[in-house]
Design a protein around this ligand. Structure first.
Ligand SMILES: C=CC1=C(C)c2cc3[nH]c(cc4nc(cc5[nH]c(cc1n2)c(C)c5CCC(=O)O)C(CCC(=O)O)=C4C)c(C)c3C=C
Ligand SMILES: [Fe+2]
Ligand SMILES: [Fe+2]
Length: 340
């Protein structure tokens, strides 16, 4: 029986090349000039990003990165490479890594696979995002498709869909949280990267359901295939059920807001200052929109978030690590690649 010669590309977001302001500026310019991240007409976006956001943000972000940077690079890059190596041990197909911003670009990953497997017939692309958002999953997929088309590669590109409700992902996530539930806690927050509310409406193909219909995310609808809010609610509810966490002991919130637009609510930063006043003094926090620890978990939550929670009267604050190279997560990836 002839088998297809396949390769795998794991695709994550990417980090700056270093913590130097110049490198962070270049990274932020590429990231925020993405029309799926800052969805404005080109000239308006250019003025806002290059004239206002990046000049102010780059030095601050560079400092934030410097507090979490390791000898090998940013946590996101280091962990993504570890994941690539761990998956490579489980599958016979060559595995490469690509990033949406910065290096390695998708074409570098394609070329690397072709070098290892010259007769490559199919590449399975795994965007490392459990949930659909135009600013994460969609932009990564479109970028990888564009690179495939421009490079006139002859192999077929197969793309793994968002896996927010996939049993293997949920089981791995639940397993990673479980040991932390042994310690005394008042509540566990599922904190997801936020997005502007406008983005949720933009990805609704009907234009009439998301954030328009009553209780939209809990009423079955075609739009949920692209609805970030619906998908994070499903992940939260299913994991809480799997771990028997009672309703009053868990909640969800959205972090990393940028700018003044309305983003999905509640905001994690605000909840962290309110919770101690509501009697929630011992907090667990998990960030399931990220499969690898990164600036947004290690700096924003574990450093800044902890500080504001403790200053508001909190007693204990524990960040549960992302899936990173959890054996069940690596196994899940290997299984999907076999299945697709
Ligand atoms: C989980 C998926 C992500 C979504 C959705 C997302 C949306 C989104 N992000 C910004 C702006 C920034 N995000 C930044 C960092 C960052 N974002 C994600 C993931 C998602 N972003 C990750 C994994 C990271 C960490 C990268 C790392 O190197 O560790 C940053 C850069 C850092 C900073 O200056 O804060 C920005 C800027 C917007 C505007 C947005 C939706 C519109
Ligand atoms: Fe982000
Ligand atoms: Fe929805």
């Amino acid at each position: 029986m002839a088998t297809t010669k396949r390769g795998i590309v794991l695709m994550n977001l990417g980090s700056p090349d270093s913590t130097r302001v110049k490198d962070v500026r270049r990274y932020l310019n590429e990231f925020l000039m993405d029309e799926r991240v800052i969805d404005m007409p080109y000239l308006k976006r250019l003025l806002l990003v290059k004239g206002i956001i990046v000049p102010f943000r780059a030095p601050k972000s560079a400092h934030a990165y410097s507090t979490i940077w390791t000898k090998e690079g940013s946590p996101l890059m280091v962990i993504s490479k570890q994941l690539q190596e761990a998956l490579q041990k489980q599958v016979t197909e060559p595995v490469a890594l690509a990033m949406r911003y910065g290096a390695p670009a998708p074409w570098t990953a394609y070329d690397e696979l072709l070098e290892k497997e010259p007769g490559l017939e199919e590449v399975v692309l795994v965007p490392l995002y459990p949930h659909y958002a135009m600013s994460s999953y969609e932009t990564a997929v479109e970028y990888a498709k564009e690179a495939h088309k421009k490079g006139k590669y002859s192999f077929k590109l197969t793309i793994i869909p968002p896996f927010y409700d996939n049993a293997l992902f949920l089981e791995a996530l639940a397993d990673s949280i479980k040991p932390y539930l042994q310690q005394p806690y008042d509540q566990i927050i599922f904190s997801y990267h936020g997005i502007p509310e406008r983005h949720v409406q933009k990805t609704d193909p009907s234009g009439t359901h998301c954030l328009k219909a009553a209780d939209c995310c809990n009423v079955s609808n075609e739009a949920h295939k692209f609805c970030y809010r619906h998908q994070i609610l499903v992940t939260t509810k299913k994991v809480a059920e799997m771990l028997n966490i009672p309703a009053q002991k868990y909640s969800y919130a959205f972090q990393s807001r940028l700018g003044r637009d309305e983003w999905l609510k509640p905001y994690t930063a605000q909840r962290l200052t309110e919770l101690p006043g509501e009697g929630i003094k011992k907090l667990l926090i998990v960030c399931p929109a990220f499969v690898s620890d990164c600036l947004e978990t290690v700096e924003e939550i574990a450093i800044q978030g902890k500080e504001s929670f403790m200053q508001a009267g909190g007693e204990s604050f524990t960040l549960i690590p992302c899936l990173n190279v959890h054996p069940m997560w690596v196994k899940a990836l290997a299984g999907w690649v076999r299945e697709y």
